[in-house]
Design a protein around this ligand. Sequence first.
Ligand code: G3H
Ligand code: 13P
Ligand code: ZN
Length: 311
Amino acid sequence: MPLVTSTEMFKKAYKGGYAVGAFNVNNMETIQGIVEAGQECKSPLILQVSAGARKYANPVYLKHLIEAAVATTDIPIVMHLDHGADFEACKSAIDDGFTSVMIDASHHAFAENIEITKKVVAYAHDRGVVVEAELGQLAGIEDAVNVKAEDACFTHPDEVCEFTEKTGCDSLAIAIGTSHGAYKFKPGQKPQLRFDILEEVGKRLPGFPIVLHGASSVPQDKVAIINQFGGKMPDAIGIPEEMLRKAATMAVCKINIDSDLRVACTAAIRKHFAEHPDHFDPRQYLGDARAAVKELVKHKIVDVLGSDNKA
Ligand code: G3H
Ligand code: 13P
Ligand code: ZN
């Protein structure tokens, strides 16, 4: 099946009370692990690429790796630009064949966010590409943007109708207490999300797909393996999976997961080296990383997103 946009995916997800996983990809093994999991679970998938990923792998390599994965499956897959910083970044991805882009102008003032998003939407829609925008700011580090916890701000439900009407965006990322990275809450702090904001946004925008960034759960068994085998990830904490499951039954149609993939890969590779100090063939330890990604993504699809058998 060729690459698709998220339009039909999100309509079905909204009605069906589940969410589609948007997994960040940087290399071949991660792409293969995610897509094999999606295929076995018959789940739609969003493969998303950050500016950092494009720089690391080379945009041409990444695009062709994703296209190769798509050619080996019959599930619907979206190729999405994650956190497009400006019009030029989005234009470059659209010209390159991405079926979906995110313009992240959330750190600009409201009116400026609208103007920048509107310009991307016009260019994208003329070419059959869909656009995710963002209102409110998450804490955490993502590529060029490092938002301190004190500068993060929740989305104001009062702003969402004007924003979506004026920009024409196809989905909206909101800030309800998730954050990027593997250290989302301080030790002793109770993980909390502002479900009241999500509910209010859902009421103001009935049927409109909402996106959650910073939605990794940072599996503690994997963190323990990393720490057991020479790593140092003290106090790494994520979003409890039951909260994400609840969000998926509400207006949230897309859930972004990157840090969990990183943690799963790192745990597998550290364990591999500890148990096989004589190994030096990358296929051995990267093979373990690929299997760990596949297992993690299957778990997310079945137990968190609820997107199995929806392809
Ligand atoms: O939100 C950002 C994603 O986790 C991508 O991270 O910019 O390090 O590729 P990256
Ligand atoms: P995590 O760091 O929680 O995986 O978030 C990823 C993300 O939002 C990518 O845009
Ligand atoms: Zn993000």
